[in-house]
Design a protein around this ligand. Structure first.
Ligand SMILES: [Zn+2]
Ligand SMILES: [Zn+2]
Length: 346
């Protein structure tokens, strides 16, 4: 089968590899129907994820059809359409029992797929801990609607859930990339008083203005004064940092009001400075990533009810054999690209 493979730093190659087989009674083999390219794949490509092993098949955002299940798998059966979770987790360890599945202590726990073990930019993928990692897709939800349920939408859902958003909150979101938009959709479900989105790319700002007219938008150089003019207590109650830029962490805490919450969703390329003397007296609460992706069922229900729709994010679709072209476009951010779907059946 064809599989997009991390060959060496800076190089992904589409290789012919053997189809995966069950290795454990809790495994399932999924025939991938639709996958996507994530910014984290680019981090792997450029050597920014040391855990990623050269030779692995990349891809951790996908949906498909269960082909085979191990004897211990009970929640899905061959033939089921499923969303695949970015994280594999045992469901039994200390962290899993608290819902902190990102820190699952199983050898395959946390973000393993498409990083430490073969992922899903391929025709088939082996999913460990399949009872936790696979969620059946409701019949009325299409593959394209479900595509982001296990990764960027899971991230947005988690970020909105842990940030303590109240009915009277002003929420500032930094970054309108794919994960920023998913975060926005999940924040909208909390119905806070005001949502402000800060983004530098004019094309992305236009996308937000078109699809979410109820959201205020601002560019980074104006955000500090804008936030003061829009709030009564010197900043946003909640800031969600989804931009991951060189100075966006500083912007995040500067734009929060005293006693506010700053949730860091972004994955940075380099260390960030926490200038404690400068923020002394602000009494901020920081929450940091990554996602505990264990609410895929809730997310798919919200999609089924029409409360979340991420299909406008899919701006391009490519067949697997043209995935190199897709990466090229995604990395160069050409042609208004937000997310690319890789269609395995095309
Ligand atoms: Zn991802
Ligand atoms: Zn666990």
């Amino acid at each position: 089968m064809l599989a997009c493979t991390y060959s060496s730093q800076g190089v992904f190659t589409l290789l012919n590899k053997p189809k995966p087989v069950l290795q454990d009674s809790r495994d399932a083999i999924v025939r991938v129907t639709l996958a996507s390219i994530c910014t984290s794949d680019l981090h792997i490509k450029h050597g920014g994820v040391p855990r990623a092993v050269p030779g692995i098949t990349v891809g951790h955002e996908m949906v498909g059809v269960v082909e085979k299940t191990g004897s211990a798998v009970s929640s899905v059966r061959p033939g089921d359409r499923v969303a695949v979770n970015v994280e594999t987790f045992c469901g039994e360890c200390f962290f899993c029992r608290h819902g902190w599945v990102n820190n699952c202590t199983d050898p395959n726990g946390g973000w393993a797929l498409g990083c430490r073990i073969d992922g899903g930019q391929a025709e088939y993928v082996r999913v460990p801990c399949a009872d936790q990692g696979l969620t059946p897709i409701p019949d009325t939800v299409s593959d394209r609607q479900a595509l982001f349920a296990g990764d960027i939408l899971a991230t947005g859902y988690w970020a909105a859930a842990i940030s303590g958003i109240q009915a009277d909150s002003t929420v500032l979101i930094l970054g309108a990339g794919p994960t920023g938009i998913c975060t926005l959709q999940c924040v909208l479900l909390k119905v806070p008083e005001k949502i402000i989105l800060c983004e530098k790319d004019p094309q992305r700002l236009r996308f937000i203005q078109k699809h979410y007219p109820q959201v205020l938008t601002v560019q980074p150089e104006k955000v500090r004064e804008f936030i003061l003019s829009q709030t009564l207590h010197g900043g946003a109650d909640v800031v969600l940092e989804v931009a991951g830029g060189t100075d966006t962490f500083q912007l995040a805490w500067q734009c929060a009001r005293p006693n506010g919450t700053v949730t860091v969703v972004a994955l940075y390329d380099s260390p960030q400075v926490l200038p404690l003397p400068d923020m002394y007296g602000k009494n901020l609460t920081f929450k940091t990533g990554g996602v505990d992706g264990c609410r895929c069922g809730n997310i798919l229900s919200l999609i089924e009810q029409g409360q979340i729709d991420t299909t406008p994010l899919i701006t391009h679709t490519f067949p697997l054999r043209e995935i190199a072209k897709a990466y090229d476009l995604f990395e160069a951010r050409r042609d208004g690209v937000i997310k690319i779907a890789i269609d395995m059946e095309a």
